[in-house]
Design a binder for this molecule. Structure first.
Ligand SMILES: [Zn+2]
Length: 238
């Protein structure tokens, strides 16, 4: 199912808590009375949505003050344009959650990129480019640049064409994000690219960390005789 960003009044969106595209229950608006000492009274409106899957809530805040005359009785949330609302809880994070086996040392950087991605997908892209460099150094030369490491891994046959394209996408998109004029400003394009970068990083973790571990574990459980036979086959080239 396509994931949609949370938006006010929407019957379903990607839940900011559990990341599932889920149906949302909207509660009646709450009106907050803002009475000044000078005597004038304004109203602030707050809405609440609840995720059908994890049952956690999001709190929405109407950015414009509401007129005092319609307070009470009506459902003012329904009368105001959705763009006047902003989600104030939970703190929004973009991108998918980090792979369980993303190294601990890179987790903060990943979460930092998620936290800034909503406001600045380009800042997120730059952080993710940095993360990719550190990640690739863990299974390549720890002192080489990302570009050199990708090249070396391809030459050694350790990086297939799909992995190479993902790694280069991360490298080039991250580089372009920090050079003014190199990034088109079409609405949503920068966010779409940043979203893809989170996905590609998780896929690289799966390919280079998680999958080899799972395979090695399964292989070690094969009968010893069978493994020895494989070794003989491959050492004699038969
Ligand atoms: Zn949820």
């Amino acid at each position: 199912m396509t994931r949609t960003h949370p938006s006010h009044g929407s019957p379903s969106f990607a839940c900011p808590h559990c990341q599932t595209q889920a149906q949302q229950d909207w509660s009646e608006s709450v009106w907050v009375k803002l009475a000044k000492h000078s005597g004038s009274t304004r109203w602030r409106t707050i809405d609440r949505s609840e995720c059908h899957v994890c049952e956690k809530e999001a709190i929405w805040f109407r950015t414009e003050l509401s007129a005092p005359t319609v307070a009470g009785g009506l459902s003012p949330g329904a009368q105001t344009p959705d763009e006047l609302w902003t989600m104030i809880w939970p703190p929004t994070a973009a991108g998918e959650p980090p792979h369980k086996q993303l190294p601990e040392s890179l987790r903060d950087l990943y979460e930092e990129a998620r936290a800034v991605a909503v406001f600045s997908p380009r800042a997120a892209a730059a952080l993710l480019r940095l993360l990719t460099e550190d990640l690739v150094r863990q299974f390549a030369d720890p002192n080489a640049t990302l570009n050199d490491n990708i090249g070396a891994l391809v030459r050694d046959g350790k990086l297939g064409s799909h992995d190479q394209q993902m790694a280069d996408y991360l490298r080039i998109t991250g580089n372009r994000a920090v050079h003014p004029g190199q990034v088109d400003d079409v609405d949503g394009e920068a966010s779409r690219r940043a979203d893809l970068m989170f996905t590609f990083i998780n896929l690289l973790v799966e390919r280079f960390i998680a999958l080899p571990e799972r395979i090695a574990e399964a292989y070690a459980q094969l009968p010893e005789g069978a493994r020895a036979a494989v070794e003989r086959r491959d050492s004699t080239g038969a």
